[in-house]
Write a protein that binds this ligand. Structure first.
Ligand code: 5GP
Length: 206
């Protein structure tokens, strides 16, 4: 059997673009994908479960993990802090699992930076951005979502535009116009990534 290490799949996209739906579907279809559960200081939304959707921490607990160097990356998003734990990622890559990070552009930039000093991350990291077909569609979708107060909606729209302006940092763009097409595009992309020769360990054909 060919032994391989995993991909570190960074997926970003502005709120309202349908990223969570797309990632959820990909995980159903490709059960080998593992999801890195992030830490956050924001409050859980209805239906969110601690340890499954996020590790919900207070500011003190979050700061302690920063000080103890437990994060691969962390960032402030919409007045709260979010971070990716090393413990959610590194051992899984080693044993060959593909790990998905659903993180923002600041986090993606930090992973790019980390890849400069760490050959394992450099080999594993792949960057995907989910984008809307245009800004008008995104604005319409965000308005239709009732989880936002008017203030947070405004903040998120401005954030979306600035996030999207960084699209060239990413290796791949998946356009979410028609949901089913976007789902198929993302799944094809993730399947293709599993075939990367650079992930193969050792010399299996020697
Ligand atoms: P939400 O609060 O809607 O779940 O997420 C808000 C934003 O934070 C999303 O763009 C999401 O990708 C980003 N995010 C979630 N976890 C992390 C993380 O660990 N690190 C960074 N940098 N961003 C994150």
């Amino acid at each position: 059997m060919i032994e391989r290490s995993g991909n570190l799949i960074v997926i970003s996209g502005p709120s309202g673009v349908g990223k969570s739906t797309l990632v959820k579907k990909a995980r159903e279809v490709l059960p080998d994908l593992e999801f890195s559960v992030s830490c956050t200081t924001r409050a859980p939304r209805a239906g969110e479960v601690d340890g499954r959707d996020y590790f919900f921490l207070n500011e003190t607990e979050f700061e302690k993990k920063v000080q103890q160097n437990e994060f691969i990356e962390f960032a402030g998003v919409f007045a709260h802090r979010y971070g990716t734990l090393k413990s959610e990622v590194l051992s899984r890559l080693q044993r060959g699992a593909d790990v998905i990070l659903d993180i923002d552009v600041q986090g993606a930039k930090q992973i790019r930076q980390a890849a400069r000093n760490d050959s394992e991350i450099a080999r594993a990291a792949q960057f995907i951005m989910i984008v809307p077909p245009d800004m008008e569609t995104l604005s319409r979708r965000l308005t239709g979502r009732n989880s936002e107060t008017p203030e947070s909606l405004k903040l998120r729209l401005a954030g979306a535009q600035s996030e999207l302006s960084n699209f060239r940092i990413y290796d791949y763009l998946v356009v979410n116009d028609d949901l089913e097409t976007a789902q198929n595009d993302l799944i094809s992309l993730l399947k293709t990534m599993r075939m990367r020769s650079s992930l193969v360990k050792g010399e299996p054909f020697a």
